[in-house]
Design a protein around this ligand. Structure first.
Ligand code: BDR
Ligand code: CA
Length: 311
């Protein structure tokens, strides 16, 4: 199985991404590294433990990471995810303990321990932990198999400012460092994730699954959906973060281009923008596979098939 570390700030869509990974034998989740993002770190690390407990996977270690962006004050998104970050269903206090090691140290130690080119990083929150690991241990960058991240937007522009997507906006300095690091990068921006919209039928299918995970996913999605429906008049909830895991499982469901992507850190109106050279006009070398489209039906069929395997 392909070894992955999920770096996350759960988040209802983060939760679905984690569940999708756990239900997929092609992937071995070495650990969850948690970052501040949707809500502060004390809540995101707790949410990560709750999700693992729900899935019956206390064997997966959870590491708390950075509680602030590299150079800015944390911006959170309770308006989208609720006060807990994981509103929609009440889950019990997790019995799973937090690991004593810092998430950044776990990332560094794991990349040094495992054979080079065998560990993939899947960041689905602000890129603070990853950038901090690269800064502290530059030797690990060439050992990364791939970074498959959710973040950014180009044709779909922003969801937190007119120019920026949330994960990149929260820590643009970290994003700039990760995009410049030279590790093979797959970027799942809003362009793709805004096509991964839940439907009523799919949510009801989740609710009807026999285990406890399906109904939890339905409740989370119900909560998450109201924001996009009210704010953007969209058809359903965009399942941003699960697109990264789906790409690892079924890259054939996605279409994109190898292009140059730069992160704006100083813009007057555009800080956190992913400046994507879609038409290759700059001559700058490609540093990312930038995804633009997802096969929505294929994506939701995959999710249903996999999530049905969970308790
Ligand atoms: C991203 O921001 C968070 O709110 C979601 O979990 C996702 O990772 C979408 O912009
Ligand atoms: Ca997220």
């Amino acid at each position: 199985a392909r070894k992955i570390i999920i770096d996350t700030d759960p988040g209802q869509d983060d939760a679905v991404a984690i569940l999708l990974a756990l239900s997929s034998p092609e992937l071995e989740v070495l650990g969850l590294t948690v970052v501040a993002g949707n809500v502060p770190l004390a809540l995101t690390e707790r949410n990560a433990r709750k999700i693992l407990e729900l899935a019956g996977r206390p064997d997966i270690p959870v590491f708390a990471g950075c509680d602030q962006p590299l150079a800015r004050r944390l911006v959170t998104a309770e308006n989208v995810h609720g006060q807990t970050g994981l509103d929609g269903i009440e889950l019990p206090d997790p019995a799973i303990a937090l690991q004593p090691r810092h998430a950044v140290d776990f990332i560094i130690d794991t990349l040094r321990r495992e054979p080079a080119g065998t560990v993939t990083l899947v960041p689905v929150g602000p890129l603070t932990n990853i950038a901090q690991a690269f800064r502290q241990a530059p030797d690990i960058v060439t050992r990364v198999q791939q970074i498959v991240l959710m973040g950014g937007a180009y044709f779909e522009v922003g969801n937190v400012t007119p120019a920026a997507e949330f994960n990149i906006y929260v820590d643009p300095e970290a994003a700039a460092a990760v995009f410049a690091a030279g590790a093979p990068l797959v970027v799942m921006p809003l362009d793709a994730t805004h096509e991964a919209l839940t439907s009523r039928d799919w949510i009801e299918g989740m609710r009807a699954l026999p285990g406890r995970c399906g109904p939890a996913v339905a409740s989370w999605t119900d909560f998450f959906e109201r924001f996009d429906k009210e704010k953007y008049g969209s058809q359903g909830a965009p399942l941003h973060d699960p697109c990264t895991i789906a790409w690892l499982l079924r890259p054939d469901l996605f279409r994109g281009r190898e292009i140059n992507v730069e992160i704006e850190t100083e813009g007057r109106f555009t800080t956190g923008m992913t400046v994507a050279d879609w038409w290759r006009v700059t001559g700058r070398p490609a540093n990312a596979l930038f995804i633009r489209h997802v096969d929505r039906d294929g994506f939701f069929a995959l999710l249903t098939e996999r999530l049905a395997r969970l308790p």
